[in-house]
Design a protein around this ligand. Structure first.
Ligand SMILES: [Zn+2]
Length: 166
């Protein structure tokens, strides 16, 4: 490559001209960008695998010396209280609405049609509250809901689970 700096080169444009949308009073152009974000789920992979298999997988601290042994959903690979590696456990796919809010503006990157009901779900045997969305219906605090999994054509994201009235 370094030898290229020593010789004359001829350069040509290889891009695609931008599309003009509006020419008055200033030009507005369409400049599409694409980016691929590759990352690993690492030790949390069983959680996402579980969603595609129709189950909620949480992590449980089994360290007898832990000051606050808990079941976490979403899972943590290591216990936030004692820093030991946690054990995977299947938890119920039913729960009750702990609280909810209407999402009217979801922001960039959220692949959900707005408005939608974001709900926090309390699940028996789980020490944390699991956030999700209600696919249909109107939420109420204490309302029973059950998980609905996207086992066919999964997105491989958290959107592979949502909640419906039970
Ligand atoms: Zn612990």
């Amino acid at each position: 490559m370094a030898e290229n700096y020593e010789k004359a080169i001829k350069t040509k444009y290889i891009g695609k001209p931008l599309t003009l949308h509006d020419e008055k009073p200033a030009w507005v152009v369409d400049s599409p960008r694409a980016m691929s974000h590759i990352h690993t789920y690492g030790l949390l992979t069983p959680f996402f695998q579980g969603l595609t298999q129709g189950k909620l997988m949480a992590t449980k601290c089994v360290n007898p010396k832990c000051p606050h042994p808990s079941v976490w959903l979403p899972p943590r690979a290591d216990c936030p209280d004692c820093y030991e590696r946690m054990k995977w456990v299947k938890v119920p796919s039913q729960g009750t609405i702990y609280t909810f809010t209407l999402v009217d503006y979801a922001g960039i990157g959220v692949e959900m049609k707005t408005p939608y009901w974001q709900i926090d779900v309390a699940i028996k045997g789980v020490d944390t509250i699991f956030k999700g969305y209600l696919e249909y219906g109107k939420p109420e605090i204490g309302m029973k809901v059950k998980a609905k999994f996207r086992t066919e054509n999964p997105t491989h994201t958290i959107l592979d689970v949502c909640w419906v009235p039970a």
